[in-house]
Design a protein around this ligand. Sequence first.
Ligand SMILES: C[S@@+](CC[C@H](N)C(=O)[O-])C[C@H]1O[C@@H](n2cnc3c(N)ncnc32)[C@H](O)[C@@H]1O
Length: 397
Amino acid sequence: MMVDNSISLELTKSIEITNIRKKLDITRKEFSDALAFDKEQEKKLKFWETEKEDVPEEIFKRIVKFPTEPPLEGPCEEEARFTQIDLFAGIGGIRQGFQRHGGRTVFSSEWDKFAQKTYRINYGEMPEGDITRINPTDIAAHDILLAGFPCQPFSNAGLKKGFEDVRGTLFFNIASIIKEKRPKAFMLENVKNLRTHDGGNTFKVIMSILKELNYYVPEPQILNAYHFGSPQNRERIIIVGFNKDYLPDDYSEFEYPIGEIDDSIRVGTILQQDVQDKYTISDKLWTGHLGRKKNHKKKGNGFGFCLFDSESKYTSTISARYYKDGSEALIAQDNKNPRMLTPRECARLQGFPEDFIIPVSNTQAYKQFGNSVCINVIDAVADKMMRYLEKYEMLRQ
Ligand SMILES: C[S@@+](CC[C@H](N)C(=O)[O-])C[C@H]1O[C@@H](n2cnc3c(N)ncnc32)[C@H](O)[C@@H]1O
């Protein structure tokens, strides 16, 4: 009997593609996003999986090469140097910075379903949802608490009752976990404006409560990603604290990393080659940008789009709104309208490794990277914190 080998081969390929996707537990759309497929390939994935069309060899190779294990799982229990929890986890930028120093994540919380997806695929762990619904007693014991939390005003400006005054805010949830679990240290990250938010009250209240919890909280520092090897001008405030229960009375001052400017760094180092045309902004958008810039200039303010090229030293801060029109960082192109950065380029600006999987639409990906942190900065802070904790043997107690 004659066997039609070509059919059985295609059948195998189809099953193999479906198996990989099922193992990853993602939809076809998500798989297409993760593989950076264009619209046409995205449509065809269904046909390739259902044997309606042959999958081109080059695409099949790309699919089978796709990692089915989380690339950034972190150290196992035996290898870990310390434990950490990841609050307001987003896509785990802060987690990674500490993980690189031996941190094993024992709890994470993030309520956005798209961020959860990215998190699960990369770290092999599904974060818990709304932190306000989690009882601090249910959270595992840990050495270091990590949180890049949303900034909110405190309504009770007086701080009469201290800790109890901030009830109802997300900072209260962080403070409650610190109070209950007494980690050896914490690192909180926020926008630079936290200092001046609500006339300086928000910052004052946060500092006072952290100190009330018996933590040594050195003067928080504003650190810029550009000073830590990234071609992005991104300033963020970092607040660290160390549990005084473990520190001697004459503890020394903690020193934040300073970073330094590497003059050789250029935007070109993070740019991809052969970027798809869909990233070039439309004539309509470009005309709109140019028009707004002209108006702003007339009124004497500096708002509008920012244009960079491969020789620029850095881009402006990538924010969660980048997906809207790319105005904060457009890349100039020869004989064409400028283009937006690709999600992978945003990942690079934030110091994410190349094997970080992006399993969501571009809109979600831009939001996720814009909301995240520059890992280089967190890595440097984690390094300094480790040295401080080791100095007082805090991780061994
Ligand atoms: C500024 S982002 C932090 C990003 C994170 N540092 C990273 O590296 O990706 C704040 C995150 O807090 C999440 N969030 C806000 N309120 C929350 C809540 N009540 N429970 C859990 N997550 C929350 C948001 O969805 C957002 O992803």
